[in-house]
Design a protein around this ligand. Sequence first.
Ligand SMILES: *Cc1c(COP(=O)(O)O)cnc(C)c1O
Length: 345
Amino acid sequence: MEKIMDFRSDTVTKPTEEMRRVIASAEVGDDIYEDDPSSNALSAYAAELTGKEAAIYVCSGTMGNLLAFLTAGKHGESLLAGKRSHVWCAEVGGFSALGGLCPYPLDDDEGIPKAEDIEPASRADGNIHHPDTTILALENTHNYTGGIATSPERFAPVAREGKRLGFHVHLDGARIFNAAVYYKADVKAFTKEVDSVQFCLSKGLGAPLGSMLCGTHDFIERAKKWRKRVGGGQRQVGIAAAAGLYALKNNIPRLADDHANALLLAELLGKGGVPVEKVPNMTNMVFFPMPEGSMSDEAFERKCLERGLLTHMIGPRRARLVTHLDVTREDCERAAEIITGVLRA
Ligand SMILES: *Cc1c(COP(=O)(O)O)cnc(C)c1O
């Protein structure tokens, strides 16, 4: 059986032998009692890396973002988020359903909203009709616009505008290390500008599960209570946290390989006539619209799979390919061949 190349997402990576050994020998304890040495070590390391006072391990990126919103906002308040942001488009409306927060949209077509759009979009004006705005949510890299990495120079003024207006500024940094590696910057160049940050261990970093939420001591203590309330308190979680710590210590620099592979893939697809979306500061994702008059989305996915390639239709007539730890340069060449072949047929 030939290997299936899985380009659906960077979430599909499987733990390496080495990571499995780390998991097998992880020291564990009851994390609700804060007795789990592996979880504690991961939290301390994540806080240090991001320059925050504290951090907690959470089940998923969605939970990390949700806990940030539940902790920073109250029912009946409002939150500003990009209209194409993951927190708005792909987290089942958690901030509204569970947090009672009303969202107002910001244009984030370029991956980050413009600083000058923030105040006009907000409802922090004392008007009796308006739900007070208390949170600004940013995303870097930005998934749905094509994996755009926003530079520290562009990121800082936007975050600072949120702070100037008195908002809690949260960074959905599911792939913030991709942005840091892209700009050869310390991740603190981004995280120092925000009040809280969530990042995923389970994506390009290659851990099987989990995310970190980082912020001040006080914020993280309150988030811990929300984590318990939504059922996210776990026991011998060090089994998973050890993999997360291993990922953070070993897999950050290699994200550059994923970016180079995505560039190659985009180039080869372009040469083969596939209308690849051109995005500035591209990281580990390649998007393209299905060419006009081509087969159905389902037929495309099926034909690719028949040839050993898993792809993801992120929306109707829009395909996404993501590079990661488990796809090689050769896989990218092969994937481009398969896709151009399928679309040409
Ligand atoms: C994947 C992702 C999340 C959520 O992470 P899960 O672990 O899948 O819940 C949040 N934000 C962005 C930008 C993501 O890509």
